[in-house]
Design a protein around this ligand. Sequence first.
Ligand SMILES: Cc1ncc(COP(=O)(O)O)c(C=O)c1O
Length: 380
Amino acid sequence: MPRPTRDDFLLDPDLVFLNHGSFGAVPAVVQQAYEGLQREMERNPVAWLQRRAPELLAEARARLGSFVGAAADDVVFFPNPTTAVNMVANNLHLQPGDEVLTTDHEYGAMYRTWRKRCAEAGASYVRVPIPVPVSTAADFVERVWSAVTPRTKVLFLDHLTSATALVFPVAELCRRARAAGIVSIVDGAHVPGHVPLDLAQLECDVYTGALHKWACAPKGCSFLYAHPTAQAWLEPLVVSWGWESDHPSESQFVDYHEWQGTRDLSPFLAVSAALDFCNTHDWAGVQAEGHRLALLTRSRINALTHRPRVDQSRLDRVDRPARVDPPSRSCRRGGVEGAALPRASHRGAVARVERAELRPGQLRRTQHRGRLRRAGGCAR
Ligand SMILES: Cc1ncc(COP(=O)(O)O)c(C=O)c1O
């Protein structure tokens, strides 16, 4: 099977493009399909948007659902994970004293979303520090879980972190959260097309992922998955025709969130073209090669900067992400590997949990079971 080459993309020939994580590059054939959809719409905008688009969206959701391991009606397209998480955060009826638990690896836009939401509700935003490298998946799980209190209402976790490129072992934490009645929300923005995803195996309440990073889809192609029990409390961020619909479909979740007023639906519908491109271009081989090159680059940087050498056995275990959660006990890295540092003690981590106690109109950061830390803002 052919691997993609530079000629498959529309990139400036003088550019060495490495950052699909911020905004992915789109292959020419996917761009063509995307523009083709726009042209199809413009041939008869009313007929297309009113009659053709709903059918195409249902097909696209089915394709997306089979790619991520979810039923077609349990996923809806969103333009990006930021919008999706804002919708979810606005639906949580947080009370003063409630806690939203996360780590200090979350993405800056999410950090701000949760801080604002917590401030409005008088809730606390609790960030567990995760020093890198993380020693084992079990250690990571205990580190995060030890910060759960009776006030914890929400667990917000990155699946593949942005700045640190870590694959967090989210499955066990989601399982524990469900058993404890805590809402689990996973930010998998970087996961689709980067590491395999099977939502059927992940007991999270809500998951968001972007297709416009590593899965070659046009900008504005992302999704939100919600477990059927979570769908019941997810009111639309943008209220439109699907709320108290005159013609309800079988899924209130889809009715509420899919139609958000007139907008370009083509990025969502181009998901099939993007996934076809990955399927016909040895994407598993591309992922393996990308990982190999990242490791090679790291060792060259280590050699140049005289940073400590990385333990080779650790690299063997993280050779290539193959499942949602690591088969080994180690927390694997996504795209980039860091140098091995001493393992931090679990007790130490708990002592350093940062807690922001938020009241409407004010922000006060205090320390949870430990010494005061400087208010640091976003980790990015
Ligand atoms: C971990 C993570 N979450 C969320 C996002 C937000 O993505 P978007 O800007 O498409 O909403 C990003 C963007 O890079 C990210 O890295």
